[in-house]
Design a protein around this ligand. Sequence first.
Ligand code: TRP
Length: 332
Amino acid sequence: MNRIFSGVQPTGNLHLGNYLGAIKNWVSLQKSFECIFCIVDLHAITIKQNPKELEKNTLEVTAAYLASGIDPEKTIIFNQSSVSAHAELTWMLSCFTPIGWLNRMTQFKEKAGKKRENAVLGLFSYPVLMASDILAYKATHVPVGEDQKQHLELARDIAGAFNQTYNNDFFPLPEPQIFEEAKRIMSLRNGKNKMSKSDDSDYSRINITDNKDLINLKIKKAKTDAYPLPSKKEDLKDRPEAANLLEIYGAFKNEKLDKVLKEVGGKDFSSFKKILTDLTISKIEPISKKMNDYLNNKDYLKKILNKGKEKADEISSKNLSEIKKIIGLLII
Ligand code: TRP
């Protein structure tokens, strides 16, 4: 059986990178797979969080899931900390994870920076928690961005180490699902950096709560170069900003780059930016409107999370019992 698991951290504004790179693709996955989409608040606290903000952001991501078209009747939506299997399994799996494997994680190196000795243990073991998210449900497929591929490979290695220790194939080895249309949305200010909620400049990203005027202004100010748009993919090689704007356009329209270039190749940036602005507004505005409606009804959002938690609990607690049995942890 195929089962999908993925998650987003509730750490601030959701932007086009989150939407086009993740959530939008999840919506179509629901049709053909059993899906579990989590709001990973335990991952969020590997970095210092303001408690009020964290709570607010958790509801905001829930609202964004629903507003984007994730259907809570079909799909399990919940916040990670409400299901105890995640933290419990993290401990168990950390006993199957050599420190050397974690030492290789590039995200840890980047986030810990030069002060490695001061980095908290949770930041170091972050990938073990991510492996537990996936393996607690025996998920088979995990849609992730390029930047999370290394963590997913680690999850496969941990699952393999567990299976090998007990000479079974209890855990399926989860497969990454990388989407063609929108692999990576980049900053509007620098086409070589990922669009990120931690970028100092709000002009580097389009948030899904941005209004018309702001979207218009941000695209107008987006960095470009001096040439018209090319008609061939090869000519985009050293033009990261042009490539990024075209990527955004294609992702919204569900079109491959070749098709996009046929349509807009030869245009200058000012006319392309107008088309892109209209398209972005027409796609984002309905979502941000719905999101606001949901956020005005927090009780409803909590009800959805609670229902998701119950379903997630049911699957993961059963798996956890089996894992305990395999390890030899006595269940009373
Ligand atoms: N680490 C992922 C990110 O920052 C979020 C995440 C947590 C996740 N657990 C997961 C993604 C499990 C996929 C599967 O993007």
